[in-house]
Design a protein around this ligand. Sequence first.
Ligand code: H79
Length: 448
Amino acid sequence: MPSTRQSIIATSALAIVVAAIAIFAAHPASAQTDYQPSSENLQARREFQDMKFGMFIHWGVYSVLGDGEWVLHNRKLKLDEYNRLPAFFDPEKFDAKTWVALAKAAGMKYITITSRHHDGFAMFDSKVSDWNIVQRTPYKKDPLKMLADECHRQGIKLFFYYSQLDWHNPDYYPRGATNWDNGRPDHGDFNAYLDTYMDGQLRELLTNYGPIGGIWFDGMWDKPDADWHLPKTYALIHELQPTALIIPNHHQTPRPGEDVQTFERDLPGENTAGFNTKYVSTKLPLESCDTLNDNWGFNIGDSNYKSPADVERRLVRAAGNNSNLLLNIGPYPNGEIDPQFATRLQAVGAWLSKYGDSIYGTRGGPVPPGDWGVTTQKDNQIYVHVLNWGAPLLALPPIASKVVGAHSMVDGASVEFTQNSDGLILKVPPAKKEEVDRVIVLTLAKGN
Ligand code: H79
């Protein structure tokens, strides 16, 4: 029979084990600080890098006002005013098939759509609160479900943008840098907001829409010093769908549990926007997002569209910087996509049908990007993208492998080159009419 002392020790040990299990169960995620991505997750990252070009969609009840997605903040609306908006949101022209078909026609391989923006309004069927499209709008349906089903049908990956910042929920308290005075009470339970509300909605998004590409977080910059319970949230996501990538737009150095580093309106590391980090991960896939005009959400006064050539150059520069491009459109509140967006995207798609091999599935090439252009690489081919070079000869720094052939991508014509220890000189063919990117394909000797 065990002595009293032994049984006290045994009981205490048992108590510690039980407590440890309880703590671990309550925070399954503490493990996430030494996050080791699963092999499926790593595979999903590679597939993400291969896709290169995605469609960003900002669409919400704010679209009704045609004044961008920050209208609640910018026009200093009170919540009892903004709360009237969902009654006007009835996207009877929304057709998931048309949206997904447009993304495909543009050569885009994935879609990232606002499941909710900073106004906290869920564009999906959420049971966590009634501040959502099914319960508050005359539409009464879940467009994200239709979109997810259509994406699965057409072979497009779907990612959900999710704003951690919330201008509507009183539990988003203490408030951050934005939208202070809209009539909310001056108290609230931030932990409840994170653990019950936000994680509850993320659980819905990761459970009810089939396999998704990942979650694109935004808004943490509103309260950069708060404890956002990230390990817990990240573990929840990876537990529910190990291949779902976590893409945080917090403008900081990536943290454990994150799968992609994204840059808003910037190529990785450039920080022309002013709020991005200059740190560029060498391990994580990279993404750069930008707008097709100057706004994310529909803005009726914005006709400053980028041309197809401009988009093509951005895509090429992104790929040459080892990054994806996520290009945004803001559909109308009725669910239609402005033809100004559609025609431009179709033109980019036509260009990609010719030049796609130099983009999809590539990684940033061996030559550092320059004003003249960039390089991408796939297997034993380097694609030299000449974007801005007026002279007939282009001298590049040395490339480790031996170049055994060079040809122009547009017509297959061979390109003269000289390679020695000082570098590689290419005789660039003159630009054909309206040729935005002269792509020269270098074939490398196999096995070096
Ligand atoms: O969803 C789109 C925008 O609505 C959202 N992100 C894209 C993808 C976005 N929100 N803000 N911004 C973009 C610009 C960021 C401004 C900031 Fe600041 C400057 C964040 C931190 C410094 C202004 C000052 C807002 C907070 C402090």
